[in-house]
Every structure is written in C-alpha cells, then in structure tokens.
Design a protein around this ligand. Structure first.
Ligand SMILES: Cc1cc2nc3c(=O)[nH]c(=O)nc-3n(C[C@H](O)[C@H](O)[C@H](O)COP(=O)(O)OP(=O)(O)OC[C@H]3O[C@@H](n4cnc5c(N)ncnc54)[C@H](O)[C@@H]3O)c2cc1C
Length: 307
C-alpha cells in the first residue's frame, strides 16, 4: 500500500505502509532494506515525519498484532504488558492502578485524552525522550523489556535500555514486544509525579517515580527514578541506598531527596533552568517517597487483613 503525508508546506512525502498480523510478518517487513520505521500510535513518529526530521520509505504498523496488546498478570504475580497497549488503557485498568500505581499515573499524564488513546507504552520507550512520562515508573517498578528480532528474543532490564536522547538498545530490525514488571511485593507502594507549567498537553520539566517496600516498619527496598534531568531517565541509587534498612522518617526522606539531586545533570532550556530542575528533583522525590510509603503501609495492612 502506498500513502502520502501532507504537511503545512507544499512538500508531500510518500511512504509504503505494511500492516503485518503476525510478529514474523512484522520482522519480514522490517528486513526489507533501510529507512523503515515501526508505528504504534504514531503520536511521536508522524510529527517527526511531517516536519521532515525523519525520512521514512516504509512504515510498519503494529496495530494488527494481538500479542502486542496483551495485559496479563501471571500466576506468580508478574505483569505482562504488550508494547502496543495505549496509555489510556493503562490508566483505566484497575489491576494497574491498584498494584502498579506509578505506571497508571505516568500513563495518565501523557498528552490529552485524544493522545492517550493512541500513545503506546512501547512507543514512549522506543522514542526515548528524556521526558517520557512512562519511563520513570518502569524504572521504579524494575521492569524488563522483551525485544524480538531476527536473532531471537532477548530481555533487557529497563535500566540498560536507554543509551542517550532518542537512542535505545533496539536495533532497526527489532521490535519491542512486551514489558514485564515483577509481582507487587506485600507492603510495597509506588507513585509518579511530574511538574509541568501547564496542567495538560505539556512535557515534564521534571518527573519522579518512587517505589518502596516496608517490612515491619523498615524500608527493605527503595527505587527512585528521575526523568527529564539527564539524557536518559535514571535511578538515584545513592538516595535509594540511604533509605534501605531504615525507618522512613520525614528527616530521612529529606536526606534521600538531597541525595537524589546529585544523580541529576539537568540542562537549562525554555521550560526551566538547571537550578529549578534540581529544586524540583528534591521536592518531587520527597513527595513521591512520602506517597509511596503511605501506600506501602496501606497495602501492607490490607494484605495482612488488618483493614
Ligand atoms: C500533543 C502531544 C502531547 C504529548 N504529550 C506527552 C506527554 O505528556 N508525555 C509523554 O511522555 N509523551 C508525550 N507525547 C509523546 C507521545 O505521545 C508518547 O511518547 C507516546 O507514548 C508515543 O507512543 P506512540 O505509540 O504514539 O509511538 P509512535 O509515534 O508510533 O512511535 C514512536 C517511536 O517508537 C518506535 N516504536 C513504536 N513502537 C515500537 C515497538 N513496539 N518496538 C520498537 N519501536 C517502536 C517508532 O518507530 C518511533 O520511532 C506527546 C505527543 C503529542 C503529539
């Protein structure tokens, strides 16, 4: 099939469209030479094609691949999410908002309703913008990405997936098939918060996701993930280490928030200075750790039958 993309300028760009209905057919379509791109929701790809940032000869549409739309909790509690699941679906799935809250919250702030109906989790990861709202939640939830290609399948921890601004581990002939999130531990909680000047349709100036697990009043695991403060979304590991084995008092959370700032290497741009971004890292780390700890306590009590 041949289509054309019209722009505001008189330029008309033609491209071929493939609509495979199996992963194997998708890989065959990808093997058909250079300048081929996958499209899921198209909310990143189509603007890039329209503005001429990308020149694409063939577009391979993922929308007819049912295995990329799966949301399934395994018997051991792990969550499998297909790469082509839309943000709006993540936001509205009770299992995700209950047990993987950071992901539901990350999904819920992407663009507008219209954008979230199209924007997929896999597209958000593969596009690899430093400000991608669903990336810090996946880092905080310790997700793995299942990548399929002509050399077989491989699993990549999300901490190793991003290589730089718009650069990932994905080779041009590979498809991000699925995201796997470990089972929610009893006594754990997570959350994602971002700062934007406008309430909607804006990009994160800073986004922070936190996860904590609390056992008998002690923090036994903590993960803090920062977005939009470095070329790639990243974990604030020194801050995490400060929390582990301790009781999460407000003073300790303040200390961890200060340590999280040292993990950030933000730039100054039209949306905020580097100094303002560092300030936001401190504020949002404190806020997300507090919420995650509250949720962990609630979860713990609920699972123990106390409430
Ligand atoms: C108005 C507007 C507002 C936005 N607001 C936000 C926001 O608030 N927060 C935010 O994070 N993002 C935002 N975005 C960006 C975008 O919506 C998200 O990044 C979205 O999740 C991208 O998903 P998609 O399915 O549309 O990706 P696509 O545009 O289809 O693809 C994006 C890139 O990923 C590749 N790709 C897609 N799926 C796969 C796959 N399974 N395997 C390998 N490669 C793949 C494509 O080849 C392409 O390079 C906004 C975009 C617009 C237009």
């Amino acid at each position: 099939m041949s289509l054309q993309l019209t722009t505001m300028s008189p330029v008309v760009r033609r491209f071929e469209l493939a609509l495979p209905d199996t992963l194997q057919a998708c890989q065959q379509a990808l093997a058909d030479g250079p300048d081929i791109k996958l499209v899921a929701g198209g909310t990143d790809l189509l603007p890039q094609m329209k503005t001429g940032m990308l020149s694409v000869r063939k577009v391979v549409d993922l929308s007819a691949l049912p295995e990329l739309k799966v949301i399934e909790q395994q018997p051991d509690g792990r969550l499998r999410v297909g790469a082509a699941v839309a943000a709006r679906t993540l936001e509205q799935t009770p299992l995700i908002s209950k047990d993987f809250a950071a992901l539901a919250e990350g999904a819920s702030v992407v663009g507008s309703f219209q954008i979230r109906n199209l924007a997929t989790l896999g597209g958000n990861m593969a596009n690899a913008a430093p400000s991608a709202d669903m990336a810090p939640p996946l880092l905080a939830l310790d997700a793995e990405l299942l990548i399929a290609g002509p050399r077989g399948q491989r699993r990549v921890p999300v901490t190793e997936f991003f290589l730089g601004v718009r650069r990932t581990q994905l080779a041009p002939d590979e498809v991000l098939a699925e995201i796997i999130i470990p089972a929610p531990a009893p006594g754990s909680g997570s959350t994602y918060v971002r700062h934007t000047p406008r309430r909607e349709l804006d990009i994160a100036v800073v986004g922070v996701a936190s996860y904590v697990k609390i056992t008998d009043g002690t923090c036994t695991s903590a993960r803090i993930a920062l977005g939009a403060v470095a070329p790639v979304p990243l974990r604030a590991t020194a801050a995490e280490a400060r929390l582990e084995g301790q009781s999460l008092t407000p003073a300790l959370i303040d200390e961890a928030a200060d340590l999280a700032v040292s993990a950030a290497s933000p730039i100054s741009d039209q949306r905020g200075s580097a100094e303002f971004r560092r300030h936001l890292v401190r504020v949002l780390t404190r806020r997300t750790l507090t919420t995650a700890a509250e949720r962990a306590s609630g979860l713990s009590a609920a699972r123990n039958g106390a409430i």
